[in-house]
Design a protein. Structure first.
Length: 160
């Protein structure tokens, strides 16, 4: 698990850095937040993350556009169902394309965010309203067991 997490974490950091370098206004806003809240006296540490909401938005938006695993773990339908208008018989293997869902205009249909392929960390400023749409680690019982480690639920971290 640690080996798999290392590669996916490195790829996500690389994408985040690429997005920041290609979106200088987002880079400035992120840097201003870090400079204002953390200052120059030390590097950003785990305990600081809960105080950096815009940085968390940048991470969420990076995971939305480039999830580490674009196709989630295969699922098997436990009963007959309908998915996207298609009849899916019991026992069918279902692959969920998170990459496509994260870019779907029908899912990200709010007028403010008319372009779901654009890098806009502000999508997540309202907090949990978009959380159900974001699934870079899957959902439910078969979600990635290391998602907590990858995201570090910043709401539960103690303040420094």
């Amino acid at each position: 698990m640690i080996l798999a997490g290392t590669e996916t974490s490195a790829a996500t950091i690389e994408w985040a850095m690429s997005f920041l370098l290609n979106n200088l206004d987002v880079l400035r806003k992120t840097r201003n937040e870090i400079d204002t809240i953390i200052g120059d006296d030390h590097l950003v540490e785990e305990s600081d993350l809960s105080r950096l909401p815009y940085l968390q938005n940048v991470i969420s938006e990076t995971l939305r556009l480039f999830p580490a695993a674009p196709l989630l773990v295969p699922h098997e339908s436990s009963s007959d169902c309908i998915i996207g208008g298609y009849d899916v018989p019991r026992g069918t293997i279902v692959l969920v394309n998170a990459w496509s869902i994260h870019r779907d205009e029908k899912v990200w249909d709010e007028k403010v965010w008319d372009d779901p392929t654009s890098f806009k960390p502000e999508r997540f400023e309202s907090g949990v309203s978009e959380a159900y749409k974001l699934m870079p680690f899957g959902m439910g019982r078969r979600s990635c067991p290391e998602a907590g480690l990858a995201l570090l639920d910043c709401q539960t971290l103690p303040d420094a």
